[in-house]
Design a protein around this ligand. Structure first.
Ligand code: KG4
Ligand code: ZN
Length: 381
């Protein structure tokens, strides 16, 4: 079954063609980074307009790269939430219209479920025809960590009673951020220090040059559910370390320099960062990563599972991957990350998730609409 996936929940317009939920024939992502960079974060109204401009060419390009025509597509899967409502509606309305005009079935997909499926999709692709690649077995504890989300889920699979071949994925949300997402904290700290947008990849590179022990931000304490996250206090702690100090003067100088620099080249950015700034970044990143790793391991231990998945844009972070890999090998967990292209927002993960829903007989009708907040696996959902 050829499924066309469409993703437009935030600032990437993406389309992909995936065969049988396991083979990516194409995956096209049009990034809006340049549109939002000067604001240091995503501007919702601009994001919707960019999606409107890009959605048709991106879908066409996904079909072209897959070598299929729209009429060969057998079903469509579209992100229905969570995300920016104006952005979501662009993908949804286009997907509904396309499905209707082609006479093909359509399903709505939860973006967070898509991030979890990115791990399974890539693992199935890697294992195709190879015996040496470890299988990502469920049940697993999954950390979805991005610019919009930081959540822990238990994921398990149950065969459908009426057709044992079709798995049903069952999610239980174990914890989530109560304020900022981890990626948002990276982006806001980068904005404070005039390092550019998105902040995660920039801080990842610069933090390597600093001392992570230079500043002790302490552990983030949570009242109530110990598997919830909170990064706004840490972000404020960074602000207090900067405000009224030479670091703030340095950040202002960098802001002025960046306005005149045509292109942000990392080596040049390094030259505009003092050792004290690099130490601050390294210490901040260390605190975020330690918190993510510790809570995820605690979740896996309390759930009694042996498999960990880490997905979402922040899963690209090099220190995070290193620390998770070390902790997993010490405590004998099996850990899986998608490659960077499948960690960040993409439509292949939406098509792959949609495939299972379609196989299970799920169909959306014209009432399908976007949900800014769209919980996955909540007891109350
Ligand atoms: O999954 P994604 O593309 O979009 C959302 O669903 O939010 O994630 C984007 C987020 C941004 O906040 C970005 O700064 C962060 O992922 N990110 C990183 C890295 N690469 C991307 N954060 C830390 N280290 C990285 N290497
Ligand atoms: Zn995402």
């Amino acid at each position: 079954m050829l499924v066309l996936g469409i993703e437009s929940s935030c600032d990437e317009t993406a389309a992909a063609v995936v065969a049988d939920g396991v083979r990516i024939l194409s995956s096209v992502v049009a990034s809006q980074v340049l549109t939002h960079a000067k604001y240091g974060g995503v501007v919702p109204e601009l994001a919707s307009r960019e999606h409107l401009r890009k959605i048709v060419p991106v879908v066409d390009e996904a079909c072209r790269r897959a070598g299929v025509s729209l009429s060969q597509i057998e079903a469509l899967a579209v992100t229905e939430g969570p995300g920016l409502i104006g952005s979501l509606l662009v993908g949804l309305v286009y997907g509904k219209a396309l499905a209707r005009s082609l006479g093909k079935p359509l399903v709505g997909v939860n973006h967070l479920e898509g991030h979890i499926h990115a791990v399974l999709l890539e693992n199935q692709m890697a294992r195709h025809g190879r015996k040496d690649v470890e299988e990502a077995r469920l049940p697993a504890v999954t950390l979805v960590v991005s610019g919009g989300h930081t959540s822990l889920f238990r994921v398990e699979v149950r065969p459908l009673a009426r057709n044992g071949n079709i798995p049903t994925f069952v999610y239980c949300c174990l914890g989530r951020t109560r304020d900022d997402a981890a990626g948002e904290a990276f982006d806001k700290v980068a904005k404070l220090l005039a390092l550019g947008y998105p902040g995660g990849p920039v801080i990842d590179g610069l933090a390597r040059l600093g001392n992570p022990q230079a500043l002790d931000f302490g552990r983030i304490r949570m009242k109530g559910n110990p598997l919830d996250f909170s990064f706004s206090g840490l972000k404020t702690a960074v602000l207090y370390r900067v405000r009224g100090t030479p670091l703030a003067v340095e950040a202002e100088a960098r802001r002025t320099w960046r306005k005149t620099a045509d292109q942000m080249i990392r080596e040049e950015l390094c030259a505009h960062c003092s050792p004290a700034t690099l130490d601050l970044l390294a210490s901040f990143q260390h605190a975020v990563v330690r918190d993510l790793v510790e809570r995820t391991l605690a979740a896996a231990e309390s759930e009694g599972v042996e498999t960990l998945f880490v997905s979402g844009g922040v899963a690209c972070n090099s220190l995070l991957r290193e620390r998770f890999a070390e902790a997993a090998s010490e405590r004998r967990f099996h850990i899986f990350f998608p490659s960077p292209d499948l960690s960040t927002d993409n439509a292949a993960m939406i098509a792959a998730t949609g495939y299972y829903k379609l196989q299970a007989g799920e169909r959306a009708d014209v009432s399908l609409t976007g949900h800014a907040s769209f919980p996955l696996g909540d007891a109350t959902a």
